[in-house]
Design a binder for this molecule. Structure first.
Ligand code: 2IP
Ligand code: CA
Length: 374
């Protein structure tokens, strides 16, 4: 299944391109930043353009993977539903058509007849991406498509994507917010056990070409299956003994912030936007752990970066399960079973919160100060 990895790297790059085009092209950007409320809301369409951009990216990935691996077509899921409804009760299913023209016509029907925006978007969807440099030669992945399912987050950290603050990233430093937090996440899991086995992360806004060539992206990937553990990132060297660093959401509960400030010290407790970006910080060694006490992330947020962490010897566990059992055994997140008692997106929430780590000995250190507080 090294073929699948190469395909996912390609479609993630295409997705990143669509994300960049939506910010670069004025007719699309205007739609993206328009907060339509009250009287200004376009009554013809219930969803906003941000949702449409997400759906378009998700459907493009679903289309490209489904064409090459038809056995997977019914097991490719994402954050968004591709059914759009207008105020007249008509429903339009957004899909990628066989030709750019047909896709443009379909998109125009959900964009209130805005043919300029529809054509720009369709062009980006049907464009071939630049070739991807990824050292996957010689990689063999002993899995077959009929065993696998996929979770897609077309753009994680959408609020940062729309706000669009530009940062110049420096090697080895975590930047709490900005365009670089927006990520395309594609995770592959085993249908039988729910283990994440392959992940591709594309960061569409990694750096801005100083020669005026616009934003350039960066990709990360990992495969973890049996004895095969390969990752585009190398396992970062252990930090100075004793020091533990953690990254949290800025909206994390005060009790968690306090407990982890005592454990890590104020300098080693960091905050950042985007669930995917925070796990990427752990992958890159910019933080040792990401702790989240609430069920506000979903399978599509964690599947891809979880696979990379596993390839590096780490993982992502359910925080509340860890607080209940001393060993943390059986607490690793899985991706195949919904919570049947819940409705809608909540069926796929990581409801017990999570701890993402590279080194499992760090879990018990994180859990100890949180016991009895949540
Ligand atoms: C969101 C987004 C948020 C994050 C939340 C994710 O995904 O990444 O930034 O909250 O967990 O589910 P926070 O930044 O506080 O961690 P999306 O942007 O796709 O809705
Ligand atoms: Ca998300």
């Amino acid at each position: 299944m090294a073929d699948l990895l190469r395909l996912l790297l390609r479609v993630a790059e295409k997705a990143a391109n669509v994300a960049r085009v939506c910010r670069q092209e004025a007719p699309l950007f205007q739609l993206l930043v328009q907060e339509k409320t009250g009287d200004d809301k376009n009554k013809k369409f219930v969803q906003d353009f941000k949702t449409l951009a997400d759906v378009v990216i998700q459907e493009m990935i679903r289309h490209d993977v489904g064409v090459k691996f038809p056995e997977m077509a019914d097991f490719i899921n994402g954050e968004e539903s591709n059914k759009f409804e207008n105020g007249l009760g008509e429903s339009v299913t957004v899909t990628v058509c066989a030709t750019e023209e047909d896709t443009a016509a379909l998109l125009a029907s959900v964009l209130g007849g805005d043919h300029t925006a529809a054509s720009l978007l369709a062009r980006a969807i049907h464009q071939d991406p630049a070739s991807i440099q990824a050292d996957t030669d010689g990689l063999t992945v002993p899995l077959s498509p009929s065993e696998l399912g996929i979770w897609i987050d077309p753009i994680d950290a959408t609020s940062q994507y729309i706000e669009g603050r530009e940062e110049v990233l420096e090697e080895g430093r975590l930047f709490p917010s900005g365009l670089h937090c927006a990520l395309v996440l594609i995770g592959v899991y085993l249908r039988s056990t729910g283990e994440p086995v392959m992940g591709v992360i594309n960061q569409p806004f990694n750096y801005k070409d100083p020669a005026g060539g616009g934003w350039k992206g960066k990709h990360f990937w990992g495969v973890s299956c049996g004895s095969i553990n390969v990752c585009s990132e190398t396992r970062p060297k252990a930090g100075p003994a004793g020091g533990l660093s953690a990254v949290l959401s800025s909206s994390e509960k005060p009790v968690v912030k306090e407990a982890l400030t005592s454990l890590c010290g104020p300098d080693k407790l960091m905050f950042a936007s985007g669930a995917g970006y925070k796990i990427l910080c752990v992958i890159q060694g910019l933080a040792d752990v990401y702790v989240l006490s609430e069920g506000t992330t979903f399978k599509w947020d964690s599947c891809a970066p979880h696979a990379l962490l596993r390839a590096l010897g780490g993982g992502v566990v359910d925080l509340h399960k860890c607080l209940q059992s001393s060993s943390g055994a059986e607490a690793e997140l899985t991706y195949h079973q919904p919570r049947t008692e819940c409705k809608g997106a909540d069926r796929w929430a990581n409801h017990g919160g999570l701890v993402a780590y590279r080194d499992c000995s760090q879990i018990s250190r994180i859990i100890a100060p949180l016991k009895g507080k949540l």
